[in-house]
Design a binder for this molecule. Structure first.
Ligand SMILES: [Zn+2]
Length: 463
């Protein structure tokens, strides 16, 4: 086992000179600016800088927090707002680390929250410091509201989400068993979609399931040799290259999980144009979605098309070192994203059939997908989000969602916690694409509704 340096201390704001208190309407923006100014690009992370900002804002409202560092500088902040204990705790989580930013690729300073034409720019403003800031402010308001609350709220502001969670949630789940007491969790991963003209919030999608990443290795070996005297048989490079081309062209059958089904059925009646037509056709035949309608969705909204089937994309190829040497080995990696209820063995069989070359080995972990799905439909989380959204975005339906990528919710779900992902800021598809990209942004007008949404959701869950 790795040696871990652990330091635990009760965080307090005493040693930090607090700047003048912002007016309540400016709190979210002020806090967000402070969190973004703490550069937590991972690697190396340095999340403790942001955790201390969070701890100060909490302590100003009389809320204690615990700073936990699995190794120096890798701060995780844990907070418990006590309730009556009638219900099991709710876990709210946001991560404090961000992906790195290259200053020259940005129109603004990535670590200075900057407003431009109605948009707020900064690394982490979406992913995931907005959620961290809104959660802190929600806890402050709930504390101020006073009791009674039916259950504890555990707020976990974590490190290392962007690089595997070894210094973050994975470490915490092992060392802080109280996290596993939670019945429900509220995390990132949802989608609150703003129309491109920014006039209307179209829907509020709560992430309840995600696909599972699994790598497939295609490998071949041969005698190698001098390129001036090629053997008759195709060498490993040619074999693996041909296999990659065939696997790259493979399409798995469309299949709707419960979350994807309800997502499509919720969006079909409110989506105009060609996309709406395709969604209505899929909604009408959810057990056998028409392949051409699924292809239309994939063309018009790739992220939605991607969750309607298992996908496999070649991503890495290794072969050869010199131009005059026939390589003796070649290896390619294909990254598959399995539906959470996919049969991994059947996926491997299809890949083997597509490769259709006994000299190309196909290696793949065929254990069942380990990303359980949270229940969808009428439950405490959906009711809370519906009640909150009805106040903040009264015309937008609340629907479940299955996300293309993976979040830490998979870890929570494996521990038996029903985790759900929200997107507190209403974003256009173009805004949403700036996460992990240069010029990460959110509309200024999405800030206050987002803070209200998180507060009202937690209020409802703890009433
Ligand atoms: Zn991220």
């Amino acid at each position: 086992m790795r040696f871990l340096v652990l330091s635990v201390l009760l965080a307090s704001g005493a040693s930090h000179a607090a700047p003048p208190r912002p007016a309540p309407k400016d709190e979210l923006r002020t806090l967000l600016a402070e969190l973004i100014a703490a550069d937590t690009s991972n690697p190396p992370g340095n999340e403790t800088a942001a955790a201390r900002v969070a701890a100060r804002w909490l302590s100003e409202a009389g809320i204690d927090s615990e700073l936990i560092e699995p190794s120096p500088g890798r701060g995780n902040l844990l907070v418990r707002l006590k309730g009556s204990g009638k219900g099991k705790p709710i876990l709210v989580l946001a991560h404090l680390d961000t992906v790195p930013a290259v200053r020259s690729e940005w129109v603004t300073d990535p670590w200075k929250l900057t407003e431009k034409d109605g948009l707020l720019y900064g690394r982490g403003v979406q992913d995931n410091k907005g959620m961290a800031a809104a959660s802190i402010l929600a806890l402050r308001r709930l504390k101020q509201d006073g009791g009674p609350r039916s259950r504890d709220i555990l707020l976990y502001l974590g490190a290392d989400e962007e690089v595997g969670s070894g210094q973050g949630l994975d470490w915490m789940m092992e060392h802080r068993p109280e996290l596993k007491e939670a019945e429900l969790a509220l995390n990132e991963g949802g989608l609150t979609e703003l129309s491109p003209d920014r006039k209307q919030v179209r829907f509020v999608a709560l992430q309840a399931a995600e696909r599972v990443s699994r790598n497939v290795t295609l490998k071949a070996t041969g005698p190698g040799g001098h390129s001036s005297a090629p053997p008759v048989d195709a060498g490993p490079l040619v074999r693996v290259a041909a296999a990659v081309a065939r696997v790259g062209a493979l399409t798995f059958p469309a299949h709707l999980t419960p979350a994807a089904r309800l997502h499509i059925q919720g969006r079909a009646p409110i989506t105009p144009g060609e996309l709406g037509d395709a969604l209505r056709r899929i909604a009408a035949a959810p057990d056998a979605p028409p392949e051409d309608a699924v292809s239309t969705v994939a063309r018009l909204e790739p992220a939605l098309g991607a969750v309607l089937r298992t996908t496999c994309v070649p991503t890495v190829f290794h072969a050869g070192t010199r131009s005059n040497v026939i390589p003796a080995t070649a290896e390619a990696t294909v990254n598959c994203r399995l539906l959470p209820d996919a049969d991994a063995k059947a996926v491997r069989e299809r890949i083997v059939a597509a490769v259709n070359d006994k000299d190309v080995q196909v290696e793949m972990d065929v254990s069942p997908p380990d990303s359980p799905m949270s229940p969808v439909g009428d439950n405490a989380m959906f009711r809370a989000v519906q009640a909150a959204a009805a106040k903040v975005w009264p015309k937008a339906p609340v629907i479940p969602r299955q996300s293309t990528g993976t979040t830490e919710s998979a870890t929570l779900r494996r521990a038996g916690i029903h985790a759900y992902g929200i997107d507190l800021f209403a974003l256009t598809p173009d805004d949403a694409r700036t996460a992990h990209a240069p010029n990460e942004r959110v509309p200024v007008a999405s800030l206050q509704p987002g803070a209200e949404f998180v507060y009202l959701t937690l209020k409802h869950l703890t009433r």
